[in-house]
Ligand binder design. Structure first.
Ligand SMILES: [Zn+2]
Length: 389
C-alpha cells in the first residue's frame, strides 16, 4: 500500500529539480516578454491607412526624466537633443516618414535650420543650408492632383487681384495657395495655382494625409475625395492637393507672424518680449544663468503656433521648463516652447508653420504666465531674435 503524497507540509517529498527549472522559465518569460514588448513599442495605423511608427510621448518623457537632474534648467533638454542622450528619448521620426508619406520624388522645400540672418555670433556648429533636394528642376514636379486645380502663368503686367479674378478665386485664397506675401511682386513666368474648392497645399516630404487633415481640420475622407485619392494611395512631396473648404486663414496667420517678410522661422505668437537670450539673474532662482531663449509675455491659455514646418519631436515635463514641446525642423533645427499648459499635437505629427501646437501656461520654474521660446541648432541654443522677422 502506498501512501498518498502529501502537499503543503514541511515533510513533503523533495521538490524535483526539473519542475523548479520549468517554474523558473515560466516566471522569466512572464517578466521578460512584457518588458520587450514595452521597449519595442508597436505600430499604429493612422486614419489614412498608412502605418506610422509608435510614438508614445509618455515613454519618451519617462526616458528623458530618468536622466539625473541638474542645477541648470536647460540640462534636461540638452539631454533630449544631444546625440548621445537621444537614443532612448528620440521618437521615430525620419524612418516613419519614409514609410508613411511622400517618398521623396521631386522635393518639397522645407525650412532650413537657423541660418537665415547674417550671424554675428555664429552657433558652435554651422547649420547646413536648405534642403539639397530642392535643387531638382521644378519641371519634374508632379502636376497638381486635384481636378479642380487651375493654373496661370504670370505675364508682364499681371496683378494678384487680376489673376485671382481670372481664376475665379479671392486674392487672399490665391496668395494662400501660392504662399505669396501681400508686398511680394509677381514674377513673369511664375505659375500660380488656385482652386475654387479651397486652398491648395504643397505636400512636404514625410507629411501624411493625416497630418494635412489635422493641419487644416478637414477629414481625411474629404481630402481623398477632393483629390481623386484612395486610402493607401501614395502621395508625393512637391505635389499639390486641394484642401476642400479650407480658407486662407493659416497663410494669413503665417503672414502676420512673419510680419509680411519671408522667413524660415516665424513668431510663435504675438506678444512683448520681456526677457532676452543670454546671461541674466534668474527671477525665481536668484542666480546667474544663461537664458537659452526669449520670454514672451502672454496670458495663460494663449494659442502657440509652430515657428516653422516640422515634426513634433517631444512633449513632456522637464525640470524648469514645465511642460515643453519641441519641434524638429529641417537640418537639425529645433524650436522649443516652454511653461505650456497643454499640447494640441502628438509626437511624430508633422506640423506646418503657423499651425496651433500648444496653449501657453505657467508650468515649471516661472515668474508668471509667459511663453519661453528657444531655437536650437542641433543641441545648441541660438538667439531667436536673430532668426525671427
Ligand atoms: Zn525663458
Amino acid at each position: 500500500m502506498t501512501s498518498r503524497p502529501r502537499y503543503g507540509t514541511s515533510s513533503a517529498k523533495p521538490i524535483r529539480k526539473d519542475r523548479v527549472l520549468i517554474a523558473l522559465i515560466v516566471v522569466a518569460a512572464c517578466v521578460v516578454i512584457p518588458v520587450l514588448l514595452l521597449r519595442s513599442g508597436g505600430t499604429r495605423q493612422s486614419e489614412d491607412g498608412l502605418t506610422v511608427l509608435s510614438e508614445n510621448p509618455s515613454d519618451q518623457a519617462a526616458a528623458a526624466l530618468a536622466t539625473p537632474a541638474s542645477t541648470s534648467v536647460d540640462a534636461a533638454v540638452d539631454q533630449i537633443l544631444s546625440p548621445s542622450g537621444t537614443s532612448s528619448a528620440k521618437p521615430a521620426t525620419g524612418t516613419a516618414a519614409s514609410t508613411t508619406a511622400a517618398p521623396a520624388k521631386p522635393a518639397a522645400s522645407t525650412a532650413s535650420a537657423p541660418a537665415a540672418k547674417p550671424a554675428s555670433s555664429a552657433p558652435a556648429a554651422a547649420p547646413s543650408t536648405s534642403d539639397s533636394k530642392a535643387t531638382k528642376p521644378a519641371s519634374t514636379n508632379p502636376p497638381a492632383t486635384g481636378s479642380s486645380v487651375v493654373s496661370h502663368t504670370v505675364k508682364k503686367g499681371d496683378t494678384v487681384s487680376g489673376v485671382a479674378t481670372a481664376l475665379g478665386v479671392s486674392a487672399a485664397l490665391l496668395r494662400a495657395s501660392n504662399r505669396l506675401y501681400e508686398s511680394q511682386p509677381l514674377e513673369v513666368g511664375q505659375v500660380l495655382y488656385a482652386s475654387r474648392a479651397g486652398v491648395i497645399h504643397t505636400i512636404k516630404s514625410g507629411q501624411t494625409l493625416t497630418d494635412i487633415s489635422l493641419t487644416y481640420s478637414v477629414p481625411v475622407g474629404k481630402l481623398t475625395a477632393a483629390n481623386g485619392l484612395t486610402t493607401g494611395s501614395t502621395i508625393y512631396a512637391g505635389s499639390r492637393i486641394v484642401i476642400p473648404g479650407a480658407t486662407s486663414a493659416l497663410w494669413d496667420t503665417v503672414s502676420g507672424l512673419s510680419k509680411g517678410v519671408r522667413s524660415d522661422y516665424i513668431w510663435p505668437l504675438g506678444g512683448k518680449v520681456v526677457s532676452g537670450f543670454g546671461w541674466r539673474v534668474h527671477e525665481v532662482l536668484k542666480q546667474k544663468q544663461h537664458h537659452d531663449g526669449i520670454d514672451i509675455d502672454v496670458p495663460e491659455g494663449t494659442v502657440v503656433r509652430a515657428s516653422a514646418p516640422g515634426r513634433v519631436y517631444f512633449y513632456g515635463e522637464q525640470p524648469g521648463y514645465g511642460n515643453v514641446l519641441i519641434i524638429e525642423h529641417a537640418s537639425k533645427g529645433y524650436s522649443l516652447y516652454g511653461h505650456l499648459s497643454s499640447s494640441l499635437v502628438y509626437v511624430g505629427q508633422y506640423v506646418e508653420a503657423g499651425q496651433r501646437v500648444a496653449l501657453s501656461g505657467n508650468t515649471g520654474v516661472s515668474s508668471g504666465p509667459h511663453l519661453h521660446f528657444e531655437l536650437r541648432n542641433g543641441e545648441f541654443p541660438v538667439d531667436p531674435m536673430r532668426y525671427l522677422p
